[in-house]
Design a protein around this ligand. Structure first.
Ligand SMILES: NC(=O)c1ccc[n+]([C@@H]2O[C@H](COP(=O)([O-])OP(=O)(O)OC[C@H]3O[C@@H](n4cnc5c(N)ncnc54)[C@H](OP(=O)(O)O)[C@@H]3O)[C@@H](O)[C@H]2O)c1
Length: 234
């Protein structure tokens, strides 16, 4: 197989789980996080036949991304999963925090694609991570709800602009075993499970499996896939 799997935001959570699965399947994998040394250490912990590479990239500083990606070779699968957590209401609006997150998720994701566009293989595909705050806002989600809506549009416009490269977006609901949620109070998690028709929350493996489906299936293009165990139905 030619071309590597590049997972931006692959040092933690869902991105890391996906990196582990791709490395196990024999793919050449590159992961990124904000700090190069930490990314290299996390990559070294995914001990596989083909060593995983770790790179430092800060998506909130998009002007530096092309340089940060200069060592990356041909890319077959590009996954953009990076996130910084944010709580921002419009009544107490933190402009700097909003600009940082919008820059990271929308400009940063776009600039990574721009920087790599000549290195995408002919059969390349891209997965962008949004989230279900897009469809179900909560107090403090003003920026992330807006951004996740933007991710849905970004996937569709990139699928048109980059054709025949496929571009899809994945919108998880609450991922119960992710670092963000696993330590939350049992009562909070129980309440979320209770309103999920499956009676369980999606896991990181569920989400990684969906990302692999979007990356692999040659007919899936311009899709916004929601993965929440039916949570939006209730
Ligand atoms: N977990 C959930 O329940 C859930 C729900 C809905 C949507 N999602 C979406 O799924 C994706 C993965 O979520 P997760 O919970 O697995 O994330 P996570 O564990 O918090 O990991 C976030 C990743 O983003 C990287 N990162 C943070 N700030 C960055 C920056 N400024 N520039 C570049 N990279 C940066 C982190 O790297 P370093 O820390 O090494 O810098 C890490 O690799 C996200 O896009 C998130 O919005 C998750």
């Amino acid at each position: 197989m030619s071309g590597s799997v590049l997972i931006v935001g692959g040092t933690s959570g869902i991105g890391l789980r996906l990196a582990e699965r791709c490395a196990l399947a024999g793919e050449r994998v590159v992961i990124t996080g904000r700090d190069g040394e930490r990314a290299a250490a996390v990559a070294a912990g995914i001990a596989r036949e083909i060593p995983v590479e770790g790179l430092g990239l800060d998506l909130a500083v998009p002007g530096e991304l092309a340089r940060g990606l200069s060592s990356v070779g041909p890319v077959r699968w590009l996954v953009l999963a990076a996130i910084e957590r944010d709580a921002n209401t419009v009544r107490e609006y933190d402009v700097a925090a909003a600009i940082r997150l919008v820059t990271l998720k929308l400009v940063g994701y776009s600039e990574v694609v721009h920087a790599l566009v000549d290195r995408l293989t002919e059969d390349a595909s891209i997965v962008l991570f949004g989230g279900l705050a897009w469809q179900r806002p909560y107090p403090g989600s003003t920026t992330i709800t807006t951004i996740n809506g933007g991710i849905s549009g970004l996937a569709r416009t990139l699928a048109v602009e980059l054709a025949p490269v496929r571009v899809n977006a994945l919108h998880p609901g609450v991922v119960g075993d992710s670092p963000e949620w696993v330590g939350k109070p049992a009562a909070v998690l129980d309440a979320l499970r209770a309103r999920t028709p499956l009676g369980r929350l999606a896991s990181m493996d569920d989400i990684a499996g969906a990302a692999l489906f979007l990356l692999e299936n040659p007919a899936v293009n311009g899709v916004n896939l929601e993965l929440d165990g039916g949570w939006l139905l209730c």
